[in-house]
Design a protein around this ligand. Structure first.
Ligand code: TXA
Ligand code: MG
Length: 325
């Protein structure tokens, strides 16, 4: 039996499987089976009212999961699926509450990774899958990361190599009239606006929007994607000074820079200065920095601008620390 067949057999039996997507690795279960979905929450240690994204093998599965699909949804789908875009739509009544967190909406996407598509096509239905990390921790972008996070809790993790995008999908809520970006991602507001012919509101930090309660998005909790070591974002011209002051306090920093030259005697690492590559490497870098057994992670502030928006979003959350998650 090949790995895909093994995965399908496990999923049909109500078990969970780790699998690659182009964004991050997911922890999948049959989205029609509430007991199987419950296993995801157990393995992650995630609160059960947090909704999961349903991953579909193709666009033509969408109407089994969502209803009242607006025309702009199809425009976005045509442009971006398979790919790193999740749409929030009104749900079909048969979608289990375990998947939607009891909300009237469902998150859906067709992922762009060939192995994810092979798995979904062989399974022939929707897989509910959050990122395959423990709740509040750093999303995995390799098979080895999934094993570090979840170890024996997952019977099988498919290895599709390092994830190409490296940060989670852009989430656009189309369930409430005007489109709202709930989580920025590789597909930026500029690309979305081009297809939609209108600019988008950003909703992830608002408690309420347009008078309606904002849906629960765990990726929008202030503290998320966090290493255990405290992380500070420091602008380039203050980086050396901050290293000095930590050393004077007897604390050992590890630095991730992209432009500032290294300081002798300090564990100094480099990130790309180009946004897609920075995003691709981000979580692997955060894991490696966390493993450096330093007292503090100092991260040179990346550039500003639309290409860096999703990276800034994840970094701000990482800087809030894990304790608040
Ligand atoms: O790139 C990704 O989206 C990855 C890969 C595995 O597909 N998945 C991912 O899943 O990041 P997760 O569960 O870590 O984050 C999904 C986010 C959560 O913040 C969840 O609250 C939100 O999507 N979400 C899911 N369904 C929703 C809904 N009906 N309404 C609002 N937010 C929803
Ligand atoms: Mg996640």
């Amino acid at each position: 039996m090949n790995e895909i067949d093994r995965a399908v057999a496990l999923l049909r039996a109500g078990d969970i499987v780790g699998f690659p997507t182009e964004t991050v690795y997911g922890l999948g279960a049959d989205a029609t089976n509430p007991q199987a979905v419950a296993r995801i929450f157990q393995a992650k240690g995630r609160p059960v009212d947090h909704p999961l994204i349903v991953h579909l093998p193709a666009d033509d599965h969408l109407e089994r999961w969502a209803r009242d699909i607006p025309a702009i949804a199809w425009d976005l789908i045509e442009q971006f699926w398979p790919g790193p875009l999740t749409l929030i739509l009104k749900r079909q009544p048969n979608v289990p509450d375990a998947v939607t967190g009891g909300q009237d909406t469902v998150g859906v996407r067709v992922p762009g990774h060939p192995m994810a598509l092979d798995l979904l096509r062989a399974f022939g239905g929707g897989l509910a899958a959050p990122s395959a990390n423990r709740f509040g921790c750093i999303s995995p972008t390799t098979e080895a990361h999934v094993r570090e996070e979840l170890g024996d809790l997952v019977p099988l993790v498919l290895d599709g190599g390092p994830c190409q995008v490296g940060i989670e999908s852009t989430i656009v809520d189309l369930s409430r009239g005007r489109p709202v970006v709930l989580r920025p991602g590789f597909i930026g507001d500029d690309a979305l606006a081009l297809v939609l012919g209108q600019s988008l509101a950003s909703g992830s930090h608002d408690a309420t929007l347009f008078g309606a309660p904002a849906p629960t998005v765990s990726g929008s909790l202030a503290a998320h994607y966090a290493p255990a070591t405290p992380l500070e974002i420091v602008v380039a011209d203050q980086l050396l000074g901050r290293v000095d002051s930590l050393l004077r306090e007897g604390r050992v920093p590890v630095v991730l820079a992209h432009s500032v030259a290294p300081m002798a005697g300090v564990d100094w690492r480099f990130a790309s200065g180009v946004a897609p590559q920075y995003g691709h490497d981000l979580y692997a870098n955060l894991r490696a920095l966390d493993a450096a057994s330093a007292d503090a992670i100092l991260l040179e502030a990346p550039p500003e601008g639309i290409a860096w928006e999703a990276i800034w979003d994840r970094l701000r959350r990482a800087a809030r620390g894990r304790s608040e998650a």
